[in-house]
Design a protein around this ligand. Structure first.
Ligand code: UGA
Length: 434
């Protein structure tokens, strides 16, 4: 099928490339000309393992093209997927301005009946609204059919998730439209859930909110474990073996970040308020996550009394490993906290340092390796569980730091090992190693 995907962020670019890989003729459209010219050279503007190679392969096969020209992108498309960003407004609601702008641009170009699929995460009712924006602007004989097809891929494992997802959700008003979009995914042989449009929109918010709830819940249990002398890793393992609960998303840590969970739970909370519903659990998920992000900072403050002048090191800046995304990452809050206290901050991350440099400039120092970042440090904070951070030798930490004290937000090391090396070790939901 000849498909145009609007928006070359994580969702649009990965979806477009994977749909090309399974045989469709894809044009990825973006208003950002710089991004499109990079992509035309086969360079991925985002860091996502395996994506660069897959883009190149599909450019070479002739199935994947990139364009910032709306005439070229839309006029011959048989189907249009919209995957533009829906960031949060100040009040927590979803900002739909990119989506509306895309809808207007699409309306200006289409000359025949078409299915417009919204992949972006959008509040319930948005497909109808976007459908009206397009329909109002095209001649009355052209029929616009809207389909909601939310995306469930994760950054860092986006390609794997696309090919091996748990399900594909397709919300449509007519069986025919749902079937047509289902056919696009047929080669993936994944379970397809057909729903009405509003339910499909809700499935996305409910899924992300439930996963966020799981994380905040286990973080609360972890905080309680610390107080009552239990070990969250053992507790999570024991709880997760219950099939009804499941092992996934039970890793306690410094809270969830990224471009999805924080924005989506705020948007759902906002939506609930609009409909006069007090979504108590969701508000707690938000509150717990806010508090969790500062946890390590307060542990350090309690340990040292004052952090003024302390040489601190931060290992890991991204909201999770295998991505260059720092949106809503705990690192940004902790760096800010440490600077306000007058600490000296050195950071290391395998990929995200240029992005963090743009935010903090010369207020902090950037190391070329985790080993270098640890030299003469008085406190080390582990904020992202990158393989190369998890595999640092504890002996190295002991030898390089002035006094080996680790505040680990990802429980990367065993308590026994840190004890063996005489490292003071604060982690999440586990006893402190003194
Ligand atoms: C999340 C969802 O997992 C995807 O299904 C969804 O498609 C995506 O949002 C989206 O809406 O676009 P993503 O934000 O890429 O994906 O990352 P996750 O792997 O879900 O991790 C989110 C955050 O939760 C990270 O900060 C991670 O460190 C944290 N987390 C995750 C924990 O603290 N503990 C866990 O057990 C799992």
């Amino acid at each position: 099928m000849k498909i145009t995907i609007t928006g070359t962020g994580y969702v649009g670019l990965v979806t477009g490339t994977c749909l090309a890989e399974i045989g469709h003729q894809i044009t990825c459209f973006d208003i950002d000309k710089e991004k499109i010219s990079l992509l035309n050279e086969g360079i991925s503007p985002i860091y996502e393992p395996g994506l660069g190679e897959l883009i190149q392969r599909n450019i070479d096969s002739g199935r994947l093209t990139f364009s910032s020209n709306p005439v070229e992108a839309y006029s011959n498309a048989e189907c249009i997927f919209i995957a533009v960003g829906t960031p949060a407004n100040e009040d927590g609601s979803a900002n739909l301005s990119f989506l509306e702008a895309a809808a207007i641009q699409i309306a200006e170009q289409i000359k025949k009946d078409i299915i417009v699929v919204i992949k972006s995460t959008v509040p319930v009712g948005t497909n109808e609204r976007i459908g009206s924006i397009i329909q109002e602007r095209v001649p009355p004989n052209i029929k616009i059919e809207m389909v909601s097809n939310p995306e469930f891929l994760r950054e860092g494992t986006a390609i794997h998730d696309t090919f091996h997802g748990d399900r594909i959700v397709i919300g449509a008003n007519t069986e025919e439209a749902g079937k047509q979009i289902g056919n696009i995914y047929e080669p993936l042989h994944l379970p397809i859930v057909h729903t009405d449009i509003r339910s499909a929109e809700m499935i996305k918010y409910a899924s992300n909110s439930f996963l966020a709830l799981k994380i905040s819940f286990i973080n609360e249990i972890a905080n309680l474990c610390e107080k009552i002398g239990a070990d969250i890793d053992q507790v999570s393992a024991g709880v997760g073996l219950d099939n009804r609960i499941g092992k996934k998303f039970l890793n306690a840590g410094i809270g969830f970040g990224g471009s999805c969970f924080p924005k989506d739970i705020h948007a759902l909370n906002y939506l609930a308020k609009e409909f006069d519903y007090d979504f108590k659990i969701l508000q707690s998920v938000i509150d717990v996550n806010y508090r969790q992000k500062d946890l390590l900072f307060y542990k350090a403050k309690e340990h040292f009394g004052s952090l003024a002048g302390k040489r601190t090191t931060i290992l890991g800046l991204t909201f999770k490993p295998n991505t260059d995304d720092i949106r809503e990452a705990a690192s940004l809050r902790i760096i800010q906290d440490l600077l306000l206290e007058g600490a000296v901050v050195t950071v290391f991350d395998p990929v995200a340092m240029p992005k963090v440099e743009k935010l903090f400039g010369d207020k902090i120092s950037f190391a070329v390796s985790s080993e270098q970042a640890l030299v003469d440090a008085e406190a080390a904070f582990i904020l992202t569980e990158w393989d190369e951070i998890k595999s640092i030798k504890l002996k190295e930490i002991k030898d390089k730091m002035t006094e080996p004290i680790i505040f680990d937000g990802r429980n990367c090391f065993s308590l026994e090992e840190t004890k063996k090396y005489g490292i003071r070790y604060y982690s999440i939901g586990r006893p402190v190693v003194q």
